[in-house]
Design a protein around this ligand. Structure first.
Ligand SMILES: NC(=O)C1=CN([C@@H]2O[C@H](COP(=O)(O)OP(=O)(O)OC[C@H]3O[C@@H](n4cnc5c(N)ncnc54)[C@H](OP(=O)(O)O)[C@@H]3O)[C@@H](O)[C@H]2O)C=CC1
Ligand SMILES: O=C(O)[C@@H]1CCC=N1
Length: 271
């Protein structure tokens, strides 16, 4: 892709995306310019990725054909006001923030702005991300395809209706955090039973990876895959019964409800 890509903000999520784009050769170092609030982050970006850097958000905005806002939701209003006169008319503005709507960005920039709302996740760092994407009416099919190509360089993409975007952190944007908690808990259980710590992490993580791949690659229902592990009268069904007793599924559903509610609350701060 020949287009220039700008990142305003170069924190954990932006770095994961940049690493994915460069790693797959979808973008080259010279195409990417980033800004951040500290010189320390910019120095890190230059040293680690060799990308162009600037302390000036306006310079990044004027550089970019695709401008990715990779800052916290509550900074969007100030940054959009800062850069609005520095962008070319055809620049596609992309947000990765929870709770920042297409309408909010249009309102801040004017109705003709081309806006894409996305919600990626940190496994993008190793090319295994999942990003949900929606666009406003000003974004052409070709521009959407280009955004999807960029995002596909660090994982998979799902195009959703905007009204579903507040539900995305709970299922894929934030969920790596609870999967890591699950892996940590599995490893702790292994250690309790005497398995060395390092091996316990490998075993737990590979079991989660393998189970996820089974869902994606066999197309079988997760319940049927679970049933296949449960030998009648065996050990697994005992674990399943204990998890049900401790409301395992209900705990996950409740966590997701809180996550979605918080995304909606963030949205209320950006209207
Ligand atoms: N982390 C995640 O798993 C995911 C995060 N997101 C979204 O990504 C966004 C960023 O999150 P995350 O990367 O975790 O956060 P970080 O805190 O890691 O990164 C935020 C970045 O914004 C920079 N920044 C702060 N103020 C300014 C400013 N005025 N101008 C330019 N840059 C500025 C910071 O600079 P400095 O480094 O110098 O402090 C930092 O590089 C959020 O909106 C979040 O909702 C979306 C999906 C997943
Ligand atoms: O915690 C957050 O708000 C962001 C959104 C998804 C992951 N991190």
């Amino acid at each position: 892709m020949e287009k220039k890509i700008g990142f305003i903000g170069c924190g954990k999520m932006a770095q994961a995306m940049i690493e994915g784009m460069l790693g797959t050769g979808t973008a080259s170092r010279g195409q990417i310019m980033v800004s951040a609030s500290s010189e320390q982050t910019l120095e890190f970006a230059r040293e680690k990725y060799g990308v162009l850097t600037s302390r000036n958000n306006k310079e990044v905005a004027s550089h970019a054909d695709f401008l990715i806002l990779a800052v916290k939701p509550d900074l969007h209003r100030a940054i959009l006001s800062e850069i609005r006169t520095s962008m070319e008319a055809g620049t596609v503005i992309i947000t990765i923030a929870a709770g920042v709507s297409l309408h909010f960005i249009e309102k801040e920039l004017g109705g003709s702005a081309k806006v894409v709302r996305t919600m990626p996740n940190t496994p993008s760092l190793i090319g295994e991300g999942l990003s949900a994407v929606c666009r406003n009416q000003q974004v052409t099919d070709e521009e959407l395809s280009q955004v999807l190509a960029l995002y596909n360089s660090f994982g998979k993409t799902e195009v959703l209706k905007e009204e579903l975007m507040d539900a995305v952190p709970a299922i894929s944007g934030s969920s790596p955090a609870y999967v890591y908690m699950f892996i940590e808990a599995l490893a702790d259980g292994g250690v309790r039973d005497g398995i060395p710590r390092a091996q316990a992490y490998t075993m737990a993580a590979q079991a989660v990876l393998g189970a996820a791949k089974m869902v994606l690659e066999t197309g079988m229902h997760p319940g049927a895959l679970k049933d296949n592990v449960c030998t009648p009268g065996g050990a697994t069904i005992q674990a399943v019964a204990a998890l049900e007793q401790h409301n395992f599924r209900a705990a996950i559903l409740s966590a997701m409800e809180s996550c979605t509610q918080k995304s909606k609350d963030l949205q209320r701060g950006n209207q």
